[in-house]
Each structure stands twice: as structure tokens, then as C-alpha cells.
Write a protein that binds this ligand. Structure first.
Ligand code: BTN
Length: 256
């Protein structure tokens, strides 16, 4: 379906499904058939096998939230500039929430979106790599919008409704997400790397705050996040000097 979204290309083609296993998986299947226009969006009202980072599942109540994937063909060096993609997508989601009037937004490394320290959105980026670099990226976004109750095991989660006591029409938020992500994607195309990196760090959760982290071998240590490097590793200042961690190599306090 062609939409009248106020964008140049993201969401102009929108494929909407009542029920899918996962919009990322559907985007993969679609890309195996043909090359879709850049910015094609796949949306599902319900996912029955929603995927999160590191093989986790993604919970989202049917018809309440946004579960969507965007097909992009970013011209960036892989793997050197890979993290830029995580930065622009999380900034785009952050911009959208800010535009809706939400406050206290943070980006938890690498790209969880938090409001008042609770997770409101998650991002799952899958890159297909060829000898020439990234041949396509599937940008999966889950954003909790109108959901009121969450399963007990999901600690520290929230939704726009829970924050604002206001229901939103999902299509209007999908359009806004497309608009704000496109704006950031255009900044990436314009090579505004420093500005993007600075803004990402401005919103980085727990930056410069001394807290107790835990290594993957369950060893606790006190440290302060200094930032994230170009490779996407988090840099933590500890009593033994700077330490660099890849995703899932450390646990944050009250990790959810
Ligand atoms: C995470 O925080 O673990 C990432 C969650 C990403 C969820 C979205 S929902 C739309 C897209 N389809 C999926 O199966 N996952 C992503």
C-alpha cells in the first residue's frame, strides 16, 4: 500500500498485516523475493513470535503497540560504522517520543529506549553483509503505546499510555516514527557523524554515574560509563582503569 506519510521515502510503501510471527522475519522473507524500495515498512497488529536482542523474545499485546520493521540500504562502512545505525534509530525513536511530550527519555546502550528508567521501546537491527558492505538492513522497532498491563516477569517496562494516561491511534505514531527516523537517516547520509554521536551520548543512560555493574561471570564491580566507542563497545571507568565491553558482556544494575 502507498501511504500519504509526510516523509520522503520511509513508510511510503507500507505492508500491513493482522498477524505475523515477526515483522523482522517477514521483511527477511520479502527481501529474499526481490529488492524492495528503500524505506518500505512492514507492520503487524500482532506478533506471535516477536524477536528481541540476543535471541530473546519480544512481548507485545495485540492491537496495542507498534511492532514494525523498516528496510534500509545504508551506505556505511561495515563493521567500522555499524554502530551509527544503532545511534540514528535510537535517536529517531527518542525524537518521536519527545515530540509526543514525553519527558525523562534515555537511550540505554546499545539501543533500548527508556522513560523514567523503564523500557518503553526496543530495537533489533539485522544487517545482511556482502563483500561490498551492508546489502540491506532490517530495522525492527517495538514501541509500547496503549498497553496498560504487562506480564509480571517483565519488570521495569512502561508504555506511552502508562506515562501520559492517553490513548493514541497507532497509525499516527507509525507516521511520526517514520518521519523522525528518516530525519536522522538523512543526517547520517549527510555524514553528520560527530553531531549524531554527541546527541546519542547526551541521552545515554547512566553516563558519568557511578553504579554497580556485574560481569557475565557474575563479578560485581563499581564503574562509571564514559561512553560508547565507534565499534559499539561500552567504555566503563573502573578502579583498574578503562574497560571495554561488548553487548551482553556486562549487566547493568536492575537489568531487565
Ligand atoms: C529488544 O529490545 O530486545 C529488541 C526488541 C525489538 C522488537 C521489534 S518488534 C518489531 C520487530 N519484529 C520483531 O520480531 N522484533 C522487532
Amino acid at each position: 500500500m502507498n501511504t500519504l506519510f509526510n516523509t520522503l521515502f520511509i513508510g511510503k510503501v507500507l505492508l500491513s498485516f493482522d498477524k505475523l510471527d515477526s515483522t523482522n522475519s517477514e521483511a527477511e522473507r520479502l527481501l529474499a523475493q526481490k529488492k524492495w524500495a528503500e524505506g518500505t515498512v512492514v507492520v503487524a497488529k500482532e506478533q506471535f513470535a516477536g524477536r528481541g536482542q540476543m535471541g530473546n523474545s519480544w512481548h507485545s499485546q495485540a492491537n496495542k503497540n507498534i511492532t514494525m520493521s523498516i528496510i534500509l540500504y545504508p551506505k556505511i562502512d561495515f563493521p567500522q560504522q555499524q554502530f551509527l545505525l544503532h545511534q540514528i534509530i535510537s535517536l529517531g525513536v527518542k525524537d518521536c517520543l519527545e515530540n509526543l511530550g514525553l519527558k525523562n527519555i534515555n537511550i540505554k546502550w546499545p539501543n533500548d529506549i527508556l522513560i523514567h528508567e523503564k523500557k518503553i521501546g526496543g530495537i533489533l537491527i539485522q544487517n545482511a553483509i556482502s563483500s561490498k558492505g551492508i546489502s540491506h538492513s532490517i530495522i525492527g522497532i517495538g514501541l509500547n503505546v496503549n498497553q496498560i498491563e504487562f506480564p509480571q516477569e517483565l519488570k521495569n517496562v512502561t508504555s506511552i499510555f502508562k506515562e501520559q494516561k492517553k490513548q493514541y491511534e497507532l497509525n499516527s505514531i507509525i507516521e511520526k516514527l517514520c518521519f523522525f527516523i528518516e530525519k536522522r537517516y538523512l543526517e547520517l547520509r549527510a555524514k553528520k557523524y560527530k553531531q549524531l554521536n554527541d546527541e546519542y551520548h547526551q541521552y545515554l543512560f547512566l553516563k558519568n554515574i557511578k553504579v554497580l555493574f556485574t560481569t557475565k561471570n557474575n563479578v560485581p564491580f563499581l564503574g562509571k560509563i564514559e561512553g560508547v566507542n565507534q565499534q559499539g563497545q561500552i567504555i566503563i571507568e573502573t578502579s583498574e582503569g578503562l574497560k571495554y565491553f561488548n553487548f551482553k558482556e556486562i549487566q547493568f544494575p536492575n537489568e531487565f
